[in-house]
Design a protein around this ligand. Structure first.
Ligand code: MLT
Length: 363
């Protein structure tokens, strides 16, 4: 018995010692996550490769951890898997920059951290909605150019800032009903908004959505069109896919309510906290110019950063942040440590507890 126990301890120690995977951290990671990887025995290389060099380089690593700055195409994944690559970790939610089908077919794990940035994304959504409702950006820009816009924001001004409005009493539409959208629903409900949501997800998820919606007092819309038709404020929070690319264009924008449920003339306000490419930017610019939209505020663009000649950049009532939904200390710490733990699990052959997008068919 004694000999059995001591030989298992020796075996465990040997296997811990043998666990020395090479992990490429391509787009940076929180220091706590790097410590976790290194203390587990991983050889961590922090390096951002140019897209053209990435395929050849990936074959040298057992795992790669990326954020949004690296795109893993099928060619790059195949080249990596032709070498040592077994695990792709996406430190974040969106996996639109990874060819998931190619990874699955090549027998590679794809992992992400779906819940880690939720609180930060919910808070940024609320920040955009509140800032637009009260004209915060215009007021700030005005003050810095020595203009006191109090009267204009109080009463509204032709060609100037819009009159402020309360979010309370307005109908909010959530396009997507995942973790972030549910968080926004709770916060917006607490502010007194009436919340509607639409999700394209299949029937398996619809039952769960119905239960969650009933519990939160959210009205589920039967289609995207019905959602836009019902609401003066809409937040895009769905993922980018072939089905959602270009989904929000002039047709949806022109369906939006200009009045709140409280009958106040608040205008139509569109927010995109999900991915560029879902909202057609040229349509948003044209709708801002002709007054169909009172606000388009976004954290994401079809091309990031947007080209200097993007029509949005010339529009009044267009407000933007540079893809900072998860850019907080807390979110980065959670995203980093979760993806590090998941990648280590997969490398050891165990299924991570959350965020498994693809498992290796051949494992
Ligand atoms: C995400 O998908 O987690 C966010 O968009 C953050 C990011 O990719 O930078």
């Amino acid at each position: 018995m004694h000999r059995l126990v001591s030989s298992s301890v020796v075996l465990l120690a040997v296997s811990a010692r043998c666990f020395a995977p090479s992990i490429l951290v391509a787009d940076g990671l929180a220091p706590s996550a790097l410590t976790l990887l290194r203390s587990a025995g991983a050889n961590v290389v922090e390096r951002h490769y140019a897209q053209a060099e990435l395929g050849a380089a990936l074959g040298e690593y057992d795992a790669v951890i990326i954020r949004s700055a690296t795109t893993l195409t099928s060619e790059i994944i195949d080249a990596g898997v032709g070498g040592r690559l077994r695990v792709i970790g996406r430190a974040g939610v969106g996996v639109d920059n990874v060819d998931v089908e190619a990874a699955r077919a090549a027998g590679c794990w794809v992992l992400n951290t779906p819940g880690a940035p939720t609180t930060s994304l919910v808070e940024l959504t609320l920040a955009h909605m509140l800032a637009a409702a009260r004209g915060l950006q215009d007021a700030d820009v005005g003050l810095k150019s020595h203009t006191w816009l109090k009267g204009q924001i109080r009463m509204g001004a032709t060609g100037g800032p819009r009159q402020g409005h309360e979010l309370a009493g307005k109908r909010l539409g959530l396009l997507g009903f995942g973790r972030a959208a549910k968080g926004v629903a709770v916060a917006a409900g607490a502010l007194g908004m009436q919340v509607h949501a639409y999700s394209r997800e299949g029937s398996a998820q619809q039952e769960a959505h119905q239960a969650a919606a009933a519990q939160m007092g959210v009205v589920l819309a039967p289609s995207a069109e019905e959602l836009f038709k019902a609401c003066s404020h809409v937040v895009v929070l769905c993922s980018l896919s072939d089905e959602t690319r270009g989904m929000v264009g002039r047709q949806c924008m022109s369906l939006m309510q200009q009045y709140g449920a409280d009958n106040t003339p608040c205008g139509a306000h569109l927010f995109n906290l999900a991915r560029g490419g879902i909202v057609i930017e040229e349509d948003a610019a044209a709708c801002l110019e002709d007054g169909t939209l009172s606000t388009y505020a976004t954290d994401v663009f079809a091309t990031e950063p947007p080209p200097r000649d993007s029509p949005l950049l010339r529009c009044p009532n267009f407000y933007a942040t540079p893809h900072i939904g998860a850019a907080t200390y807390e979110a980065q710490a959670r995203v980093g440590t979760q993806i590090a733990a998941s990648v280590l699990s997969a490398l050891r052959g165990s299924v991570p507890s959350d965020g498994v997008i693809a498992t290796p068919a051949r494992s």
